[in-house]
Structure formats: C-alpha cells, structure tokens
Design a binder for this molecule. Structure first.
Ligand code: M3P
Ligand code: FE
Length: 310
C-alpha cells in the first residue's frame, strides 16, 4: 500500500480551563515540545519525533472539549480532490486561506455526521524531528525526550451520533478503511467503528453517543510497553487523574493508559498494536464482548471510561 490521500491526524485543537496548568501537563508531564504561543492565547506543541511544526493546539475557554481535528493529506492536488468528493457527497465545505492557521497552508473545513469539525490540509511548516535528515542519528540530543516522551500524536476517539454514517462518509469520500467495529450482538448495527487511512490499526474511531461533537480521547504513541509503565509512574508521581491502566486493548492490541489533563480532557498514551494491511478483513466485536474488546486483561469496563467525555 502506498500511503497517499489522507496521511494522519496532523493536529488536534483542545479547549482547556486553565492554560498554565495545561501547559505544565502537556509540556512537562506528557513531554511535548512547546513550539509557539499566538496573540489569541493559543499554545502549540509537537511530539519529539514529528517533523511538522505542531500537532496539538490548546486554548483557554469556559468549556473543555475539541475545537477541531485536522488531518494532513499528501498533496495540494489531493486536497482539491477531497474537496470535490466531499461537496459531491452533499457536505458543505468551507475554504480557509493559507496563513489563517499558524504555519499552515490552505485548509478545507466541514462538519462530519457526528457533529465534529474536521479540517484537511496539505502543507504545514516542517521544523524537523530533532535529528538530521542527512546521516540521521537514532536518538535526539539529551533533554529532548522528556516526560512520557511520546513520538507522535496517533489517533483520536470521538463520541457522537450517526456513527455508521461517519464510517460511510470517511470510506467513500476520504478512502479510510474499516479496521474494527463493535456491533449489537447478532446484527450489523455499528455502535463503534475504528477506521484507518494508514497501516495503523486506526487513525480515528467513534462511539455512538446522543450528544454531538464530544471528545473521548486524543492518543499519543510511545515506543514500547516499558514506556507505557514509565508513563504510569509519571501519572502516579504527579498525582495526575488516572482513568485506567496500564492495561491492554483487545481492539487494536495496544498497551494503554488513559488519564485526564487538568481540565478533564482524556488523554491516552499507548504502544504496540498490529500492522494492518488493506486486505485484512475488518475485525468485528459483539457488544457483549465490550469488556475484553476494550480492556483485555480483566475484561471489564470502568464507569468513567464509558461516561466521561468532554
Ligand atoms: C482505543 C484504542 C473504545 C475503545 C477504545 C480503544 C470503544 O482507545 O486506542 O485502541 O472506547
Ligand atoms: Fe485510543
């Protein structure tokens, strides 16, 4: 598979209640690099092994949650093509000029059936991954990998209505593929879908929920399971509110911890998971198997995992 078209989640924009506490959380506890602050009070971060200028944007607001998620596409021509396909599908698309978003080329923006604002863009200023591109090293200089030390923003899981319609829209208009799904037992009714645009187990996932536009978590990738345990130590040492883990997902097979930022937005750090090829069959889980699907070791869900969204 050549990865063209939609490449990955390139940017998540979160609302937080207290900017300074959130900066400490994302910069010093998770260990992101602070890249910029703008005149409107937004703060921009990247993971150490990402090449583009930033992947997380936070701003202070009265309510928590997700402002938008932006996925990077492979070229400007791909962006033009997606714009046409999305309009032809009947979804309204807004054009945003280059430079409106920091360090970014032009974007298109639309609202998906679950009520979330999504953007696509092809260009963002590349600052490098802290190692040379010519005769590269395998680790950056000391002090660059800090905190939990995630290498990249990996995926987002969102809650809202019309999950099957979201799956259809993303597969038909943006060439995502169904990697895994949770269905009502004995039916094809999807309660949750996990879609991939790469050969990761997922690049985005939804859980059916009556209220539109909600965030379940943004997820950062760690290099190995030991780093997941280390992240747990950082959570413990800094009295960060832990939701659950370390444990393992049945879905995606990732080793995971969920925890909350100081405002209550859920974060995940995880490692592992399988490599998915486009000719893999989609994996199906029955609702009655939700326990092991989500937390494989004890096969049980905790209450906050299912109910807390921002
Ligand atoms: C993950 C993951 C559900 C599952 C979550 C799974 C249904 O976050 O990264 O594999 O919430
Ligand atoms: Fe996740």
């Amino acid at each position: 598979m050549a990865i063209t078209g939609v490449l990955r989640i390139g940017e998540a924009a979160l609302r937080v209640l207290d900017l300074e506490e959130s900066i400490v959380h994302y910069r010093d506890r998770i260990g992101l690099q602070e890249m910029a602050r703008d005149d409107e009070g937004r703060v921009y971060f990247k993971c150490w092994d990402e090449w583009d200028h930033h992947s997380l944007v936070i701003r202070e607001a009265d309510e928590t949650g997700l402002d938008y998620m932006a996925y990077k596409v492979s070229s400007d021509a791909a962006l033009t093509n997606f714009e046409k396909r999305i309009r032809d599908y009947g979804v309204e698309v807004e054009n945003i000029d280059a430079g409106v978003y920091l360090k970014s080329g032009r974007r298109i923006q639309f609202t998906i059936p679950s009520g979330h604002v999504m953007q696509l863009y092809a260009e963002k200023v590349k600052v490098g991954n802290n190692m040379p591109a010519h005769n590269p090293e395998v680790i950056p200089d000391e002090g660059i990998i800090r905190g939990m030390g995630p290498t990249r923003l990996d995926h987002i899981l969102i809650y809202g209505p019309n999950v099957p319609e979201c799956g259809k829209f993303f597969t038909e208009c943006m060439d995502f593929e169904l990697a895994e799904e949770i269905v009502k037992d004995g039916t094809d009714d999807q309660l949750s879908v996990f879609l991939a645009c790469s050969n990761k187990p997922h690049d985005i996932a939804w859980v059916e929920h009556p209220e539109p536009g909600k965030l379940h978590h943004i997820s950062f990738f760690l290099n190995n399971e030991i780093d997941v345990y280390h992240a747990g130590d950082i959570i413990g040492k800094n009295r960060i509110s832990n939701d659950i883990g370390p444990t393992r997902h049945g879905i995606t097979r990732g080793a995971t911890i969920y925890f909350f930022d100081p405002s209550g937005n859920r974060n995940e750090v995880f490692s592992g998971g399988y490599i998915r090829y486009p000719d893999n069959p989609p994996l199906r889980w029955d609702e009655s198997q939700l326990g092991p699907a989500i937390f494989y070791h004890d096969g049980k869900l905790n209450e906050s995992f299912l109910t807390v969204v921002t």
